[in-house]
Ligand binder design. Structure first.
Ligand code: MUC
Ligand code: MG
Length: 382
């Protein structure tokens, strides 16, 4: 038995390399919640739960993630057997509704601990990796077309990325389409260009948007309308050739099933945090595969820690049709890993060590720890 003895959660505020302009917020800092579980046999597990733009992306915030872990998840889990991972995950689900990112952070740490105790990478616990690296897209979101073009050209020349996701939805639809057209024309066939609207368009705006985007050679549009507008997403998916991807609507297998049943997307953006953990994300993948939908490895712009966890799962997927966007650590001025993830030849490599395969640099944790953000040593009844 490997009893869960302590659960610590800390917020790190890490500046981004440039402003990241999204339809709902401009990020200049990423606030990541890092979780550490300690077990009675001396083993440890690390996890991360991160959202985007404070609380503007979804109902969870860095502060709520810490508070839910401290006040509700830790008391429910402390004293439980970390080797009985499913039991711990079911207990979390029973004690906490929603709050998928908080639960995911702890669930990742449970998998990391289990993998380390067994001496195998987490990918093995999901049946084994089928590849050792994955394509990684980069997001162009400087807010300026010329800057975005220069940035994309540098990325291509450096062999880092040749798939680009453009963040749009802040300007008028016509201006956004012109912005995408300029970038696609400058990059030509050397790159794949996609967009993410982050729910900003009405259905009527989206009809114009999708028509314009497919005419200028954009391949995919992510969450063009509100997550709750299932009917609108179904109409857009059927009405245009451009691929439509579901993102914010997906909080795990339940919504994946709804997307499949309503044909309200061509592609699922699988996000570990948004799904509520690695296991639920794997269920989203299975539903997508069974329904014949395309799959994409999404990100919540995690540090190298959360990114490594996602890599473990995504490395086991047979056909990740649209690749991944696991570039989170590269958007940060400094990552927090002892050994950074390796990005080369337009791919990111899957860490091979036990657990999620990475360890933290303690100096970086100290450097970016939010002022007044204490290390939580939660205790509770066993
Ligand atoms: C999102 O909505 O997909 C992913 C990449 C990026 O730049 O923002 C995220 C969030
Ligand atoms: Mg998105």
């Amino acid at each position: 038995m490997s009893k869960i003895e302590t659960i610590e959660a800390v917020i790190l505020d890490i500046p981004t390399i440039r402003g990241h302009v999204l339809s709902m917020a401009t990020m200049r800092t990423q606030s990541a919640v890092v979780v550490r579980l300690r077990f009675s046999d001396g083993s440890e597990g690390l996890g991360e739960g991160t959202t985007i733009g404070g609380i503007s992306y979804c109902p969870e915030s860095p502060e709520s993630i810490v508070s839910v872990i401290e006040s509700y998840i830790a008391p429910a889990l402390i004293g439980r057997d970390g080797d009985r991972l499913n039991e711990a995950v079911q207990l979390m689900a029973k004690s906490v509704k929603g709050n998928f990112i908080a639960k995911s952070a702890v669930e990742i740490a449970l998998w990391d601990g289990l993998g380390k105790r067994l001496g195998v990478p987490v990918s093995k616990l999901f049946g084994g990796a089928v590849r050792s690296r994955l394509p990684a897209a980069w997001t162009l979101a400087s807010g300026n077309s010329d800057t975005d073009i220069a940035e994309a050209q540098e990325m291509i020349a450096a062999g880092r990325h040749n798939i680009f996701k453009l963040k749009i939805g802040k300007r008028a639809v016509r201006d956004d389409v012109a912005h995408v057209a300029r970038i696609k024309a400058a990059l030509g066939d050397t790159a794949s260009v996609r967009v993410d609207v982050n729910q900003a368009w009405s259905l009527q705006e989206a009809r114009w948007g999708l028509k314009g985007l497919q005419e200028v050679g954009c391949e995919l549009v992510e969450q063009p309308v509100a997550a709750r507008d299932v009917q609108g997403m179904t109409e857009l998916t059927a009405g245009y050739e451009i691929a439509v991807m579901a993102d914010e609507v997906l909080n795990g297998p339940e919504e994946a099933l709804q997307v499949a049943a309503t044909r309200s997307a061509d592609v699922l953006s699988v996000k570990v945090a948004q799904s509520g953990g690695l296991k639920r994300a794997s269920e989203v993948i299975s539903i997508g595969e069974a329904a014949g939908l395309g799959l994409y490895g999404g990100t919540m712009l995690e540090t190298g820690l959360g990114t490594a966890a996602a890599l473990q799962l995504f490395s086991t997927v047979q056909d990740l049709t649209w690749g991944t966007e696991l570039f989170g650590p590269l958007l940060l001025v400094e990552d927090i890993l002892a050994e950074p993830l390796v990005y080369k030849d337009f791919h990111v490599e899957i860490p091979q060590a036990a657990g999620i395969g990475v360890s933290l640099d303690p100096d970086k944790i100290e450097k970016f720890r939010r002022n007044g953000s204490k290390v939580i040593r939660a205790t509770g009844a066993g």
